[in-house]
Design a protein around this ligand. Structure first.
Ligand code: BGC
Length: 286
């Protein structure tokens, strides 16, 4: 009878060789909103780079489980944890469990984000509060919990030369105004100065804090902007590189930005946007 990998004890399982240098070996990462889109690609990329990963999600546990399985492909640990990032108690419990199961945290990717778009005069207070709650307050709560642990624990030189790394998932809309999306743009503008202020405050403790500012990435959040040929053609007018981004573009960036290779990068937003922030309207004018 054939035995499957699932039936073998861990020491018997022969894992496939990892094709990458595992620059995050031994590190413990938490990625919020990690069951789809950019968060999913980041969680998988961190796992493949050697980190143990907590896959936070708020709905759709099956997709979160799939992400944990893929993140563990090269022998690291991962588990899914349901929590709404806008809820303080749920965030505290999520970090408590992480410390019990994985011991500590080295990398936080505060990624969870939503859009609830409407023209200003039709935007409800609920749509405003919920977007700010998830996109900005949610990042604040996660950053605060991570920094407390980074400071308590300090640097472990065998693991990383930093006491901890935070990546806030921002957007090109931290600098590009976005009509019809004022709640979203306000949340990302807020993330920019929250991130920079935290970075300034905690840098002396060897805690690195930065953002990634994705442009148009092929994910469910903006499917209407790329899923028809007409919308796709319109979108490309805003992207000098003339391609939509893939979630893996962000995954690879997150691995590098959280690795010691990026040790001197502090308080900055790395735009990964095919040039969307380069005022594409000026390509031919001005
Ligand atoms: C938004 C997407 C949008 C992109 C570029 C992102 O932050 O979530 O919906 O396509 O910015 O405008």
């Amino acid at each position: 009878m054939n035995t499957t990998a699932m039936e073998k004890t861990p020491s018997e399982v022969v894992l496939p060789a990892c094709p990458f240098r595992q620059v995050l070996k031994g590190q413990k990462a938490l990625v919020t909103g990690a069951n789809s889109g950019i968060g999913k690609a980041v969680a998988i990329a961190l796992g493949h780079a050697g980190a143990d990963v907590v896959v936070n999600y708020v709905s759709d546990p099956e997709s979160a489980d799939q992400v944990t399985r893929e993140a563990m492909r090269f022998g690291t640990r991962a588990y899914a944890h349901q929590a709404d990032v806008a809820e303080e108690k749920q965030i505290e419990q999520m970090f408590e469990r992480m410390f019990q199961e994985l011991g500590t945290i080295d990398i936080l990717v505060a990624n969870a984000g939503i859009q609830k778009d409407a023209p200003l005069e039709e935007m409800t207070l609920d749509a405003w509060n919920r977007v700010l709650g998830v996109n900005l307050t949610g990042q604040f709560l996660c950053c605060r919990a991570a920094v407390r642990e980074f400071k308590r624990r300090g640097v472990r030189p065998a693991i990383s030369c930093a006491a901890g790394k935070i990546i806030c998932m921002s957007s090109v809309h931290e600098v590009i105004p976005w009509a019809g999306h004022v709640n979203y743009a306000a949340s990302k503008g807020g993330v920019m100065l929250m991130m920079k202020s935290i970075a300034q405050e905690v840098a002396p403790y060897r805690i690195r804090v930065n953002s990634i500012g994705p442009g148009a990435i092929r994910t469910p959040i903006n499917a209407s902007a790329w899923s028809t040929p007409e919308a796709h053609a319109e979108l490309l007018k805003l992207i000098p590189s003339k391609r939509i981004g893939e979630p893996e573009d962000i995954g690879r960036t997150a691995v590098w930005l959280s690795s010691d290779d990026a040790d001197y990068i502090q308080g900055t937003t790395l735009f990964v946007d095919g040039g969307m922030t380069l005022y594409p309207g000026f390509e031919t004018g001005g």
